[in-house]
Design a protein around this ligand. Structure first.
Ligand code: CND
Ligand code: ZN
Ligand code: ZN
Length: 375
């Protein structure tokens, strides 16, 4: 019996308030309105940005269904949807691509003005939600909400991918892999022979390492306070691994000593203001480029010596690896299918969806890179 046009009752992991475990609840998911798509989620990765919502570092409205790194199959579509149809394999896009706003029309950027990251409204573009639990409206997260058996997204926030793609792997193209790899090859545009430093070796940071390696960097210095991350960093292309805990002096001084005048490119892939400042201070004083990938913690400010920028350094940020999402995601999945990059080393755990709280504990205790929840 077709579910199209009907409310679907299914299981979802609801966050009722910050700093609490997820509650598995029965939720009602409304049918997609015009230009919207209802997706049956089949696999979703756990990214640190999701945990930032739990911890309060990323402020979002509650109750909410979070999750933004997933793959699934289209269940039904609303009026006017032309780019996907029921049965298509798809990846939801936490950065949409509307194709009409100033960013979408420019070749310079990718953060479509229709994104709900900066606004954090927790609504669909029409200002309402498609989720209800126990009679209460439940918010969406950055236009995706993937910790649920069914979700609804706007057509501009979903990409059709190859029918043969293994969803429990390519879900990482929805965030971790693309965000990290793109920060290196797309935002920084790392060149052959350059030196790089990557601060933070989670799923996103290790993907930066892969991007630097693919771009032909001659030296990739991997920085993490958890030495258990070093073996994988080396496997993926790091030439040196540095633990700031092994030194009494600041980490940027250590990197300066290792490189002479600093690295050509540095990446902050943790989400702490101190490491953002340290990553900036670690690049070449004149032409070094430092990229902020980690999500800045709410309400924290950085004070820094403007001489660091006056002398020529560039400080920039990168959301979703600089990719124009709807165009790039199908191509990245095709590249994966053609073995142009690997995802397996990033996936350390695969768990049933209902073990979501266990998956978050693995992340918080530094035991996992990516846990993928399967439905
Ligand atoms: P994850 O937590 O897996 O990795 C972070 C790593 O940083 C861990 O290995 C930590 O041990 C390490 N670390 C922590 N503190 C320090 C420190 N002081 N010095 C050195 N290393 C340290 O996180 P992830 O890889 O899932 O995500 C990384 C960041 O990227 C995080 O802030 C997340 O919110 C952000 C992000 C950004 C975007 C984007 O579009 N820009 C998308 N998704 C996630
Ligand atoms: Zn746009
Ligand atoms: Zn993410």
């Amino acid at each position: 019996m077709s579910t199209a046009g009907k409310v679907i009752k299914c299981k979802a992991a609801v966050l009722w308030e910050p700093k609490k475990p997820f509650s598995i609840e029965e939720v009602e998911v409304d049918p997609p309105k015009a230009h919207e798509v209802r997706i049956k989620i089949l696999a979703t990765g756990i990214c640190r940005s999701d945990d930032h919502v739990v911890s309060g570092a990323l402020i979002m409205p509650f109750p909410i269904i979070i999750g933004h790194e997933a793959a699934g199959v289209v269940e039904s579509v609303g009026e006017g949807v032309t780019s996907v149809k029921p049965g298509d394999k798809v990846i939801p896009l936490f950065v949409p691509q509307c194709g009409e706003c100033s960013t979408c029309l420019s070749t310079k950027g990718n953060l479509c003005c229709k994104n709900d990251i900066s606004s954090a409204s927790g609504f669909m573009p029409d200002g309402t939600t498609r989720f209800t639990c126990k009679g209460k409206a439940v918010h969406h997260f950055v236009g995706t909400s993937t910790f649920t058996e069914y979700t609804v997204v706007h057509e501009t926030a979903v990409a059709k991918i190859a029918a043969a793609a293994p969803l429990e792997k390519v879900c990482l193209v929805g965030c971790g892999f693309s965000t990290g790899y793109g920060a290196a090859v797309q935002t920084a545009k790392v060149e052959r022979g350059s030196t790089c430093a990557v601060f933070g070796l989670g799923g996103v940071g290790l993907s930066v390492v892969m991007g630097c390696k693919a771009a032909g960097a001659s030296r990739i210095i991997a920085v993490d306070i958890n030495k258990d991350k070093f073996a994988k960093a080396k496997e993926l292309g790091a030439t040196d691994c540095v633990n700031p805990k092994d030194f009494t002096k600041p980490i940027h001084e250590v990197l300066m000593e290792m490189t002479g005048l600093g690295v050509d490119y540095s990446f902050e892939v943790i989400g702490h203001t101190e490491t953002m400042a340290a990553a900036l201070a670690s690049v070449h004083y004149n032409y070094g480029v430092s990229v902020i990938v980690g999500v800045p913690p709410a309400a924290e400010k950085i004070s820094f010596d403007p001489m660091l920028l006056f002398s020529g350094r560039t400080w920039k940020g990168s959301v979703f690896g600089g990719w124009k999402s709807k165009d790039a995601v199908p191509k990245l999945v095709a590249d994966f299918m053609e073995k142009k990059f690997v995802l397996d080393p990033l996936i350390t755990h695969t768990l049933p969806f209902l073990k979501i709280n266990e998956g978050f504990e693995l992340l918080r205790t530094g035991k996992s890179i990516r846990s993928v929840l399967v439905f």
